[in-house]
Ligand binder design. Sequence first.
Ligand SMILES: Nc1nc2c(ncn2[C@@H]2O[C@H](COP(=O)(O)OP(=O)(O)OP(=O)(O)O)[C@@H](O)[C@H]2O)c(=O)[nH]1
Ligand SMILES: [K+]
Ligand SMILES: [Mg+2]
Length: 369
Amino acid sequence: MATIMQKIKDIEDEMARTQKNKATAHHLGLLKAKLAKLRREILAPPSKGGGGGAGEGFDVTKSGDSRVGLVGFPSVGKSTLLNKLTGTFSEVASYEFTTLTCIPGVINYRGAKLQLLDLPGIIEGAKDGKGRGRQVISTARTCNCILIVLDAIKPITHKRLIEKELEGFGIRLNAVPPNLTFRRKDKGGINFSHTVTPTHLDLDTVKAICGEYRIHNADISLRYDATADDLIDVIEGNRIYMPGIYVVNKIDQITLEELEVLDKLPHYCPVSAHLEWNLDGLLEKVWEYLDLVRIYTKPKGMSPDYEDPVILSAKKRTVEDFCTRIHKDMLKQFKYALVWGSSAKHKPQRVGKEHELDDEDVVQIIKKV
Ligand SMILES: Nc1nc2c(ncn2[C@@H]2O[C@H](COP(=O)(O)OP(=O)(O)OP(=O)(O)O)[C@@H](O)[C@H]2O)c(=O)[nH]1
Ligand SMILES: [K+]
Ligand SMILES: [Mg+2]
């Protein structure tokens, strides 16, 4: 591991020394690709037994409708947040690295069960194998939303440092996958096309990056002004795109003026976990970022069950998704569904399995006889 870390450091140093201009673009692209490959090696080194399974997260079973992870430097108040939000006990203390493993808790919110994970604090360099960082960030990759917890009295530069750790492990917060096509082929060399004039990539850079991956034949086409990092993300392929919220904790320690400055941060939520300030606001924001819909089931001849909704992602919310969630064999018996609510044109509307449901719709499934 020491050698990989040394190699990473050497490349980072070289990148810092290299001036950014047209002449060096392809060389920088090459270095970035080398860096991405080394980081992947850390994530999944050849298994030789021992070494504690690098790249593996903590062994905590997924439960509930969604998983939310608390990530941050030591002593920012992650465990205090878990305790206050879930009523679970996780040790709180003023010294760093109080929490040494992953502690799960459950938040019952709007009929959904959200699993909240308290995680050990990470330090700078976690992505390159320092401390428990690898395990923490591997677990973070399994979440549906990350809460980056920051201490209001610490420098705001900590935000960027944590982001860099997550990025080094392939986590992309509040971003969408790059809108570019990358297609390998058997012959014909590297073909680079674009619908907008690229300012970051040129044929030489694209060739240098592909060469680093021993790819000599491929079609690459851009539909926006993509960067070298975007291209590497697509080639590497194992990136995870998820929502993230910057939870600035301990606001009981700062002035109103300081709070107003923080208010300009995007994706941000101020709280005091200790004094339970704005925890409702935080839950609301988490709910918004998880982008879930609640569907109520209505058994035939009975009123809808408003207590226990079926929770779907807003991106996968067809009647088919609803059926699969209830039971794996439900679709085989499916004849049609009756839907009440904002997605329905009538009360009720008779729909097929492609119909998209809205939040708080009521659904009755009619089975084949
Ligand atoms: N003033 C203030 N102190 C807080 C707040 N939340 C947590 N603390 C204190 O901050 C210290 C660290 O809290 P923890 O919850 O242990 O922090 P952590 O992030 O879990 O720390 P590690 O597990 O060591 O990474 C404790 O002394 C808490 O009482 C808050 O909202 N305001
Ligand atoms: K602590
Ligand atoms: Mg803790």
